[in-house]
Design a protein around this ligand. Structure first.
Ligand code: HEM
Length: 148
């Protein structure tokens, strides 16, 4: 497959996943917290899910493809023995944290959403958004010379 196409798909997926979470965290959540009413968050999530989950799956597939292209031996993805390996390892740790939070939210939080667990939901949204931004930061670092 053409690497340019894979990077393009990866960056488009990032705009949806990270952009959607920034809109949720900065555009929808503050108002829900002020009104102590999670319904606007629930409505946004119900709509965003249909785009966001496929986007995350695309990120995982295209990200693993790119990682394999740059470092063909997956053992090196966790070796942290070069700047490139460190960025890929960091991205995989950020992805694992994202998946753990997403599963927890889906199984525990979203089914019984109400004013009483709004704060927990808010911490979740903020954490997933910070992780999403860090995935972009680490991704850009790979091409731009490396943060670490
Ligand atoms: C929601 C999850 C993710 C987001 C938002 C994201 C975002 C990004 C962004 C914005 C870039 C910069 C592209 C560029 O400068 O060309 C990038 C690059 C990259 N990402 Fe991800 N990424 C995600 C998941 C992953 C995963 C799971 C991996 C697997 C290790 C991965 C591996 C890479 C690699 C190897 C690059 C370098 C591509 C290149 O610049 O040639 N990403 N990512």
């Amino acid at each position: 497959m053409d690497i340019k196409l894979v990077i393009l798909v990866h960056v488009l997926g990032a705009t949806i996943w990270t952009g959607g979470h920034l809109v949720l965290a900065l555009g929808v959540l503050p108002d829900a917290l002020r009104r102590r009413d999670p319904s606007s968050v629930a409505a946004f999530e119900a709509r965003f899910e249909r785009l966001g989950i496929p986007a995350l799956l695309v990120q995982i597939a295209s990200g693993l493809w790119l990682a394999h292209r740059y470092l063909p031996d997956p053992a090196r993805w966790f070796a942290f023995d070069s700047s490139l390996a460190a960025h890929i390892g960091a991205k995989l740790i950020l992805l694992a944290l994202t998946l753990a939070l997403a599963v927890h939210a889906r199984v525990r939080l979203v089914p019984r959403l109400g004013p009483e667990n709004l704060n927990t939901l808010a911490y979740h949204i903020i954490a997933v958004t910070v992780l999403a931004v860090l995935l972009v930061v680490m991704g850009v670092g790979i091409r731009a010379g490396g943060w670490i």
